[in-house]
Design a protein around this ligand. Structure first.
Ligand code: BMA
Length: 370
């Protein structure tokens, strides 16, 4: 039978675990979420997650941000359940407008987060913040002075504090019907072991990268007292253990060890070889992450993954699952199904030719949905 996560399942256990687990220093809603995740991992479960799932999907989107009941989901259309983890993206919130870089209204993002939490799911946020120095987007790597300009003493320090304030104000509005802050996972400054974002490997020094984390953390947790967040560190899966840890901000700042790793379809070597390459890399990465998790007292996650357009009829059951099932991975999150780019999807949708394989994947006892 399918594992359905219900908040009630965790209530008693959560309290016991919160007191004895690695993140016992966390307060409030964050410690409850931490305990839930620990309990799931202890139970051998892996939650399935999907980016932007309630906001839009393949060839559809929520039109009425204020009133839509948020019942549609590509994943639910295919397997009858919502993903257990909902990823949401905050890029361009910092500009003060009402829509994200993917043109999703922030009202909708807020409502989706709260709704998903109320359904018993887990929410995680990414943030492709714009390049404050050049005015470009997160992918603008034309200057290696962006992080330097944000840190204390830098020309954009004050302006960046404003951006953090906007972010904190948004986080503070994520509340349940009783007015309590809902817990979530925040995953900033991701894939920094690559050099495609302005905070990436070649764009700042190790010390600058760590200082960026500390500044972000100190403001949100310290100054603003947001005690409902777990912090996830998500390098890209292109490094060995030394590379993974090189810019680790520190155990006091991080709650979850993540990794972003995709199957890249290399047409020259073929689909099978591309999948095999991914499986090998994922296995060796999760092996060292499992050891790091034990050493540092953190849970681990595959914070972003997928194969764009899913051309393989067995990617879920024969590529992803055989690897993740061997590790204490709390969740795997596949990236978004864009409503306006027909080829840009990482989850299945109703009518997609390879949807059966996903259904089989969700039938495995280990895989949890809500
Ligand atoms: C990327 C792509 C972009 C999107 C960005 C932030 O991986 O999906 O189209 O704008 O994520 O969601």
């Amino acid at each position: 039978m399918k594992t359905i996560l219900k908040p009630i399942l965790f209530s008693g256990l959560a309290i016991v675990l919160a007191a004895c687990c690695g993140n016992g220093d966390k307060a409030g809603a964050a410690s409850e979420l931490s305990a839930r995740l620990e309990a799931l991992v202890a139970d051998g479960k892996i939650m399935y997650g999907h980016q932007d799932d309630l906001c839009y999907g393949h060839a559809w989107k929520v039109e009425d941000a204020e009133n839509d009941p948020l019942e549609r989901s590509d994943i639910k259309d295919v397997c009858g359940h919502y993903p257990a983890v909902l990823g949401l993206e905050l890029g361009e919130l910092e500009l003060g407008g009402d829509k994200s870089l993917d043109a999703v209204p922030f009202t909708l993002i807020r409502r989706a987060a709260v709704k998903h939490h109320e359904r018993g799911g887990v929410v995680t946020f990414s943030w492709h913040a714009r390049n404050i120095l050049t005015g470009g987007d997160a992918w603008d790597i034309s200057s290696d002075q962006v992080v330097a300009s944000i840190l204390e003493g830098g020309e954009n320090h004050a302006k960046f504090q404003e951006w953090l304030k906007i972010l904190a104000d948004f986080f503070d509005t994520l509340r349940d019907a009783d007015g309590n802050r809902i817990p979530f996972i925040f995953r900033p400054w991701h894939e920094h072991t690559g050099s495609w974002f302005w905070w990436g490997q070649r764009l700042c020094t190790t010390e600058q990268y760590k200082a960026l984390w500390r500044m972000t953390y100190d403001y949100l947790e310290g100054e603003r007292g947001l005690d409902n967040m777990l912090w996830c560190y998500s390098p890209s899966m292109n490094v060995d253990v030394a590379g993974y840890m090189e810019r680790y901000p520190g155990d006091d700042l991080i709650d979850i060890l993540g990794v972003d790793g995709y199957t890249y379809f290399n047409r020259e070597s073929g689909l099978e070889a591309s999948c095999a390459k991914f499986s090998g890399e994922l296995r060796s990465t999760l092996e060292y992450m499992t050891s790091l998790g034990k050493e540092h007292g953190k849970i681990i996650t595959l914070s972003e993954t997928g194969l764009e357009s899913i051309p393989s009829p067995v990617w879920w059951t024969e590529v992803l699952y055989p690897v993740i099932k061997d590790f204490p991975v709390s969740y795997v999150l596949t990236w978004r199904n864009a409503h306006d780019k027909p080829e840009h999807f990482y989850g299945p949708w109703k009518g997609f030719e390879n949807e059966e394989d996903f259904k089989k994947f969700t039938d495995f006892k280990q895989i949890a949905l809500i």
